[in-house]
Ligand binder design. Structure first.
Ligand code: 2HA
Ligand code: ZN
Length: 269
């Protein structure tokens, strides 16, 4: 079957990265059933021929108006699709959409009329925010990392930066590779406008934000980098659990060690 990815290696590479990450999410047990979502702003890979491609869906409302998305294109996981299927067949379990000039509607252009994630309005609102502030970030990932979610069942870790400090102190790499830490958003109904608004607000200070008792939402330059930030945080949670399972509360790196690291790696905060 013909695909929009044929003879477009740069675009194919981005979509294949999504497939690779989708496989990791499944293997890690973070993507049960249709859990999680990925959207990537692929506008920089769109050529004139793609801009001329006809819609393969009716015109659909986004549900909100997002002025910075005029002329943008996104790869989106399909609604109800499984990450484990997307890992093998990204263009059967996701699609490429074009934002129309009114910035309030979209159409699907390739490869199949797979309806995008139910979280599309919130993902697109995040991309609209990122473009607005001139961010180089192009990818957003929502997933259900087991150990990080478990932490949010404890009130202490819902306080600002308490989880961040604990996670950073488990292994030096975590602060180095997730330097803005883990933002926390108190429980809100999945897919709600309130959750989307709170996420955008928290992304001002963090690249990875935790939705209490639900999952994380991460942004970065590409999907691999967004995944890596979640992965290093969850690795720290696993180290914490391993220590507790050995029968003790882990000491964590000292404040002096954290400081020395932050200076050496030129990290913020
Ligand atoms: O779309 O995980 O929270 C699947 C989800 C929504
Ligand atoms: Zn979810």
């Amino acid at each position: 079957m013909k695909s929009i990815l044929d003879n477009r290696p740069a675009l194919a590479k981005e979509v294949n990265k999504v497939a690779e990450v989708a496989g990791y999410l499944w293997q890690k047990g973070w993507a049960e059933r249709n859990g999680g979502n990925i959207t990537v702003n692929i506008t920089e890979y769109i050529d004139d021929e793609i801009r001329q491609m006809p819609a393969i869906s009716e015109v659909k409302p986004i549900g909100t108006t997002l002025p910075n998305l005029k002329g943008c294109y996104f790869y989106c996981k399909g609604t109800n699709m499984r990450m484990r299927d997307l890992a093998r067949w990204p263009m059967e379990n996701g699609s490429i959409i074009r934002i129309l000039d009114d910035c309030a509607h979209y159409v699907i252009i390739a490869d199949n009329p797979v309806r995008p994630t139910s979280e599309l309005p919130s993902h697109l609102s995040v991309h609209n925010y990122l473009i607005g502030k001139g961010s180089p970030y192009k990818a957003s990932v929502h997933t259900h990392p087991i150990e990080l979610i478990a932490l949010t069942h404890c009130k202490k870790y819902l306080e600002k930066d308490v989880a961040t400090r604990m996670l950073w102190s488990m292994i030096p790499e975590t602060k180095a590779f997730c330097p803005r830490g883990l933002g926390i958003i108190p429980y809100k109904l999945p897919s709600s406008v309130e959750l989307a608004d709170a996420t955008i607000k928290e992304l001002e200070d963090y690249d990875v934000v935790m939705w209490e008792k639900h999952g994380v939402f991460a942004v970065d330059c590409d999907v691999m980098a967004a995944f890596d930030q979640i992965d290093v945080l969850n690795k720290s949670a696993l180290i914490y659990i391993a220590a507790r399972n050995m029968g003790f509360e882990p000491d964590g790196m000292s404040d002096e060690q954290m400081k020395e690291m932050s200076v050496a790696f030129n990290l913020p905060k």
